[in-house]
Design a protein around this ligand. Sequence first.
Ligand code: SF4
Length: 528
Amino acid sequence: MSETRLAFRTCPLCEAGCGLEIAVQTSPLQVINKTESIGRIRGDMDDVFSHGFICPKGSTLKQLHEDPDRLRKPLIKRNGVHVEVEWDEAWAEVAGRLQDLIERHGRDAVAVYLGNPNAHSLSAMLYNRTLLQGLGTHNRFSASTVDQLPKQVAAGYMFGTGVHVAVPDLDRTDFLMILGANPYASNGSVCTAPDFPGRIEAIKTRGGTVVVVDPRFTRTAQEADTWLAIRPASDALFLMAVVNVLFAENLVKIQDRIAVLLNGLEDIRQACQRFTPEAVSDATGLDPQAIRQVARDMSAASSAAVYGRIGTTTTEFGTTASWLVDVVNTLTGNLDSVGGAMFAKPVLGGPTTRGTSGKGSGFRIGRGGGKTKVNGYPEVMGEYPAAALAEEITDVSESGIKALITVAGNPVLSTPHSHQLSSALEQLELMISVDIYLNETTRHADIILPSPSQLQRDHYDVLLLQFAIRNVANYSPAVLPLDDGQPDEWEILAKLGLIAQGFGPDVDPAQADDLAIDGLVRHSVGDP
Ligand code: SF4
């Protein structure tokens, strides 16, 4: 007779972090074989954050785990064809080729690309540090530069670090203005909130107002009280006009405890003077009266929050627009205020919970004079724009990139200049990918090291709870055991980092534990 046990896990597939209830079944034959299979996956009704919400993606962890195309063994490219090998052979190949390349070209000849799933992985959040330190390269790229760094740069300059992001207090706000985001499709981003759409609907149910500013009549716009069909990339002008109205009509109402921390108030009052609603009307495509009404309504609301996402950050003035989002939150008295834009205080620690208030090293870009070689783009938060990766590889100078390590990323599919990048990858002397699929990017890799499936990993959202609208902590143990011989994800990343440091293929990845834990502790208690 079959047996069923229930396992609980936070969904790792998007930033919402919904709780899942997973039925794990054991048939009589499986009892003999000591194996289990996944049955039904549904929302965990007792999850304190998601209350049973689940989207169609969440239930596909079963299909992802069972997918015959998911890699279970390492692959090495031999004569242009990927062949399955055992882990010992893969590590020997990694050690031999990586060390040889570093000795011939230096550490900056190896670039790293970290894909979006790293932000959803406990192992990656703890052990990518080991990998990057082991490699010692400045050539770091990630998915963040494709769509969100302007928000983080603005947060860094305003609040001290790039993860000091204020998120809308969806559950208590009376007025929400959404710019360039469609949470009915995305479930939210750089704002962790399971059932984001349900929380928007709750604002309306309790008599609040939702305004969507978006060139497209998105699903979210359809649900809003007001849709402002702004011209693409003009969000900064619109927000500057809102600031203009707030000053011109004496609607600024900064809280005392925030006022003592502000600088530049007079500068922004001066700067906004020429950006009247009439002056920006043509560029934004918005009726000046509509802009005035938004400013008045926000100021009059007992609480209000502006939330800007991808449409505001993938534009020429993305950093300015992101800064203005929090300027408006501040001027209307809604920064760090109930129902306004607030900062999470994650249990694991982060910039909002560690260090001494008012102290810190501050935020800057281009540290150490860091710039890309071909077009001189500055370093931001330790990395360079993914859009520049292809040209940095095809740069023929002796100091150019000769090898690439990708971790859970498919930049050929998801970053700009994808055809150029696909061709550039063919020029590399060595490419190593940590990935569970052979895809548009990893097909170029010489060696592919697969992590276990999501259900075979434990989980805690180290990063995303920094952007959560409630202070929660959910640790999930792995639902299923590892396959025989399969290293855990942290072991793969740690071993790769140790091999890059010069340890041989037989190095025990546990050696990296001290380094990882030391880094975590220092990160949790030091000044940002
Ligand atoms: S909304 Fe995101 S976290 Fe929630 S079930 Fe869907 S994919 Fe998973």
